[in-house]
Design a binder for this molecule. Sequence first.
Ligand SMILES: CC(=O)[C@@H](O)[C@H](O)COP(=O)(O)O
Ligand SMILES: NCC(=O)COP(=O)(O)O
Length: 237
Amino acid sequence: MTKLSVNINKIATLRNSRGGDVPNVVEFAKDVQRFGAQGITIHPRPDERHIKYQDAYDLKSVVNTEYNIEGNPIPKFIDLVLDIRPTQVTLVPDAEDAITSNAGWDTIKHKDFLIDVIKEFKSNGIRTSIFVDPNLHQIEGAKETGTDRVELYTEAYAHHYKLGNKEGINPYMECAGLANALQLGVNAGHDLSLDNIRYFKENIPGLLEVSIGHALVAESLYLGVENVIQMYLHRLK
Ligand SMILES: CC(=O)[C@@H](O)[C@H](O)COP(=O)(O)O
Ligand SMILES: NCC(=O)COP(=O)(O)O
């Protein structure tokens, strides 16, 4: 089974555009869990332009599914995650000014850093995942860091799929196969959508979790949040 973790960054973006508390991210998290989502993902960025650090604390008591916090492990982020102790932390090598995540880790170059950070999170009982491009060397490098899982960066898959280029799945199949063989768990995320999720799920062995935000919120504008969650769950069976 593949778990659906709903990324609620975009709900915070909408709220922040007015400066008040509408829509309320905590209520939204409660609702998507009630509608069947098996996880909540947030990705606080250093400028807090969408999810604020306080949101991460406010969500702690209401997330009764898997709580996944993503981000660049700068000291402030590490402290936040150690304080909250979510189910999972996903490490993403974001530049401070990145509009959205745009690359996976170089697990070879940053091996020593990743080993240290991952050790600290795991020794505090937090499952770890690292965001990687679909590249076999990076999967091998990830294994060396001691991480529990990898999150495959699916932007390229989504792009190829939209162009009708089904072979875009191939590097992801190979990387997931290697990760399975190395006993690394496989998550995936970025630009996954109702259109492209079924083919991804059908072709990726051992897909444990997908985190989806941007498309899911956009689709919900037309179809409604509850319907959209049900549609994802159906495709992820
Ligand atoms: C790691 C990843 O792909 C997502 O967390 C994505 O970057 C969401 O972040 P934004 O909502 O800031 O685009
Ligand atoms: N880890 C990926 C994520 O949380 C959501 O990415 P997107 O669906 O907003 O592109």
